[in-house]
Write a protein that binds this ligand. Structure first.
Ligand code: CA
Ligand code: ZN
Length: 296
């Protein structure tokens, strides 16, 4: 087991790996919150979120033997969060931002329960930012993309396995931006932002075609995509899920299309960003044990 603490603000093929790791090793990522732990009291306001320095991600870790064309699988074994997090408005972020006051709320957590104005909310920790390095231009940790990044999928919780395309040697895995809990769409731009640690185990699948990150849960497969508008993100997710279903189930494209229409749910991870990538979605389909898995 190795513990990683250093962080970077971009997913980049040029990042220097913090450590090298063999697939199968357990890794612990100590992560700062999305504000680099700078918002600690209700006097600390997020007036203007600078996406170039948002969401520090711990890593990257070089996975020995990972080569472009492979898939890196990351099992989320555990997520531990601190006993205090924050929810903040930030100007220009979220559909109601023009009418909202600047506000930070400190949220205390006791025995896995968060307290919002006396409402007790069981926490459901998730990893907001996780991914591998793109082979092209660097992508800031504030953005999602086909490398992963700021996908903000609330199903990336303990017990999930996330599959990433490997696009550079070593994959360069990094993660951060934990939320103690978050609603789909992340309406105001934050979940309960919190520092913590994520324990994962990696594995490699050699030579498997994958264009977007996929999350596997106990019951479902989810393709994660993102783009500037819903029709584009939706088309990208449908196409990738269709391709994976055709491969695994032996169906043609039209049957996969019809099947997705009756069994697959398209859900919005995040729709709050005032930037060129405005929508991160997940498109999920139930696991069917009579067929081979979509990946692997
Ligand atoms: Ca996030
Ligand atoms: Zn966050």
């Amino acid at each position: 087991m190795q513990v990683i603490e250093k962080c970077v603000y971009q997913f980049s093929k040029d990042n220097t790996p913090v450590i090298h790791s063999e697939a199968g090793e357990v890794l612990v990522f100590n992560t700062m919150d999305c504000f680099s732990n700078t918002i600690n009291t209700e006097e600390d306001l997020v007036l203007n979120m600078d996406y170039s320095v948002a969401n520090p991600a711990t890593g990257p870790v070089y996975i020995d033997g990972a080569e472009p064309g492979d898939v890196l699988a990351v099992d989320i074994l555990d997520i531990q969060v601190a006993d205090q997090g924050v929810i903040c408005t930030s100007r220009g972020c979220g559909p109601l931002c023009d009418d909202m006051e600047d506000r930070t709320k400190v949220i205390k957590i006791h025995d896995q329960v968060a307290d919002f104005n006396g409402v007790k909310i069981p926490i459901d920790p998730m990893v907001g930012v996780i991914g591998t390095a793109p082979d092209g231009e660097p992508v800031g940790d504030g953005f999602p993309g086909n490398h992963g990044g700021n996908m903000d999928s609330k199903v990336i919780r303990k017990g999930a396995r996330v599959y990433f395309p490997v696009r550079v040697a070593g994959a360069l895995l990094q993660m951060g931006d934990l939320h103690a809990t978050m609603g789909d769409s992340e309406l105001c731009g934050t979940g309960i932002e919190i520092k913590g640690e994520v324990t994962v185990k990696t594995s490699l699948i050699k030579n498997f075609e994958l264009h977007w990150p996929v999350t596997e849960t106990a019951t479902h497969w989810y393709v994660n995509t993102s783009d500037h508008d819903f029709p584009t993100a939706s088309k990208l997710a449908s196409k990738e899920l269709q391709r994976l279903i055709c491969n695994a189930y032996g169906w043609d494209k039209t049957d996969a299309y019809l099947y997705m229409s009756i069994q697959s749910d398209m859900e919005i991870n995040q729709a709050c960003k005032p930037c060129h990538v405005e929508l991160a979605i997940r498109f999920g389909t139930p696991k069917l044990p009579q067929f081979k898995p979509l990946i692997g």
